[in-house]
Design a protein around this ligand. Sequence first.
Ligand code: TGC
Ligand code: FAD
Length: 393
Amino acid sequence: MAFQGVDFYDIDSLLSEEERAVRDTVRRWVDEKVIPIIGDYYVRGEFPLHLVPEMAELGLFGANLPEEYGCAGLNNVAYGLIMQELERGDSGVRSFASVQGALVMYPIYAFGSEEQKRYWLPRMARGEVIGCFGLTEPDYGSNPAGMITTARKTESGWVINGSKMWITNGSTAQVAVIWAKTGALDDPKSIRGFLVPTDTKGFSARDQKGKLSLRASDTSELVLEDVCVSSDALLPKTEGLKSALMCLTQARYGIAWGAVGAAMACYEEAVRYAKTRVMFGRPIGGFQLQQARLADMLTEITKAQLLCLQLGRLKDRGAMTPEQVSLAKRNNVNMATEVARETRRLLGAQGILAEYQAMRHLANLESVYTYEGTHDIHTLILGEAITGLSAFT
Ligand code: TGC
Ligand code: FAD
């Protein structure tokens, strides 16, 4: 059954015609191409790679980057709506697009030379090149400033050594954005970003096995052993950890929207089930307990939708702050996790099956809660914004 949308406050009326058209196109594609197959891919633990050319054709990669580099040149609200619809399908599908667009194409756009932009961006927009983003290390997750991956300058370029952990698209990518220290290990300002082709000698990727979450997404460990790259591998405008954190702001923005999509999918499933499942002689949706559940879900989804829209309008005006993104990522992912959990419970035993969506979304959202800054880290970012006191130093 086609998705009708969850729009209790007529948020549609606040969108432009173009924004609605983009949303509706991606919505149809997700209904036709993602939802019917994703449960099987999830159970098999496989990313549906065959979707990549179609996503590229739809202009979904780096969709808010300029047309002169082969991208769709959409505004940030339209971009957010794309993320919402993709994650309505599955967090793994949205993750793929987030990493490609916000974590690989964005740093090339923001910190790359004109040659790097002209070479990589059109290829990535067309889905011919897949990228990954290597920031996290085994011992430096929430605290990337401590990273121990190094890049040493040589006469002809750089030699990179280190390892990166939990890297989305790590084993599928042809190019990796690798963050490494070019100076002393206690100096996060010496961190720079490098574009490393994954077929470079000394680079290897190993799939993370045993995941019970984000199963329809590749997650890998990257090892870099004396990886020699030429001088033009450096993203020349990267300046310290701040450049990597700027990329995270872009990805977190998309996640704030994406989480709403996952919640919408679960809510719709809950409503459908509540109206049709008969117990004690009537649909369970007629019982006050289940109505309270549904009312809470709709309320929280509506609040999150309004949060996203205003965040997007601020971003389009160039007025969005990283702390505002933290608030939205933290709230919306937590909200979606609760909606998925309550849907799973409303569905009774059926709710544990892959043919329904709630359990898959719930398990996925546990990763989304952790990656791109854990819920706790965003709490502390907000704590600092409120008090002016950092919990980290
Ligand atoms: P701190 O001293 O606070 O900041 C250093 C400089 O950066 C600035 N800054 C930011 N700029 C832009 N956007 C942000 N979000 C920024 N956060 C900080 C800051 O103003 C400062 O600038 P300046 O000019 O003063 O130098 O740095 P810190 O080392 O104390 O770290 C702060 C902390 C803990 C908040 C940060 O390290 C953090 O966010 N940690 C979480 C790590 C994280 O989110 N990792 C994500 C890895 S990628 C991933 O998960 C991909 S999932 C992909 C998918 O599948 O979708
Ligand atoms: P830790 O930092 O070890 O945290 C453990 C616990 O301690 C958490 O509950 C945390 O909130 C808490 N904690 C940490 N510091 C504090 C503090 N100061 N105060 C209070 N509590 C604290 N990374 C990439 O670079 N690229 C990717 O593409 C990528 N993809 C990912 C995909 C998946 C499926 C997952 C699960 C992760 C991915 N990550 C990626 C890594 C992700 O960003 C990290 O897992 C995340 O930043 C948290 O780091 P950690 O797992 O090492 O947890």
